[in-house]
Design a protein around this ligand. Structure first.
Ligand SMILES: C[S@@+](CC[C@H](N)C(=O)[O-])C[C@H]1O[C@@H](n2cnc3c(N)ncnc32)[C@H](O)[C@@H]1O
Length: 207
């Protein structure tokens, strides 16, 4: 990643302007993956999503290779969304001929434009994290962070199929800081820790 696309302040990761500028500066066809690439998480994904025809929503896709790698592994039914139209247009250009079944839409994860119960699986890799970079006490997050993360999870649970839906969230965020957003009365939460020296977490919410 080029240093000129790093933000001056961590909280810029929480703004659309930062992401638009970053993707504008990166060359068309560039890719960058937060935390992990598909080959490192594939065993978890294949175990969690045994049905290759599952309808999958990728939340804040960025220019990660996760969707294309999953597509090439047989998961053809992926809808990718990001609020940066810059990256959505780049990804459309990059994949529309070679991976025609994948969709790319400009959309905010806090305000999904999909029908209720229309996806089997939703995946977030590092996107909720970007909304958690606001300045403040990580032990007692600002109200804006609480509202943004709650809206994302509300929307995800709304568009997932009832009783069979799966929300997979991959992050470096430790359970103490993430669990509060993922626990609901009518869902279950499983947490897997990946890695040795530096840990990542797979949060698996089932409807
Ligand atoms: C840390 S990057 C992760 C990108 C990708 N998921 C990956 O694993 O490499 C966060 C991405 O989420 C997008 N994003 C942040 N907040 C969003 C929101 N409220 N709605 C939609 N996309 C958002 C950003 O534009 C950026 O592409």
């Amino acid at each position: 990643m080029a240093s000129d696309v790093l933000p001056q302040k961590n909280e810029e990761y929480g703004t659309k302007e930062y992401w638009d500028q970053r993707y504008t500066q990166e060359s068309d066809g560039a890719s960058f993956d937060w935390f992990k690439k598909y080959d490192e998480v594939a065993p978890f994904i294949r175990e969690a999503i045994p049905d290759k025809n599952a309808r999958i929503l990728m939340l804040g896709c960025g220019n990660s290779t996760l969707s294309e790698d999953m597509y090439d592994d047989g998961y053809k039914n992926i809808t990718n969304i990001d609020y940066s139209n810059v990256v959505i247009e780049q990804m459309k250009r990059k994949h529309q001929t070679t991976r025609p079944e994948m969709e790319w839409l400009e959309m905010d994860i806090r305000d999904l434009k999909f029908e209720d119960a229309s996806f089997d699986v939703a995946i977030d890799k590092g996107t909720m994290d970007a909304m958690m970079t606001a300045k403040g006490d990580v032990w007692d997050p600002p109200q804006q962070v609480i509202d943004d993360c709650t809206k994302e999870v509300d929307e995800v649970l709304r568009v997932l199929r009832k009783d069979e839906g799966l929300f997979l969230y991959l992050t470096f965020g430790q359970p103490h800081f993430r669990r509060r957003f993922l626990i609901r009365d009518d869902t279950t939460l499983e947490i897997k820790r990946i890695g040795e020296a530096f840990h990542y977490y797979f949060y698996i919410v089932r409807t």
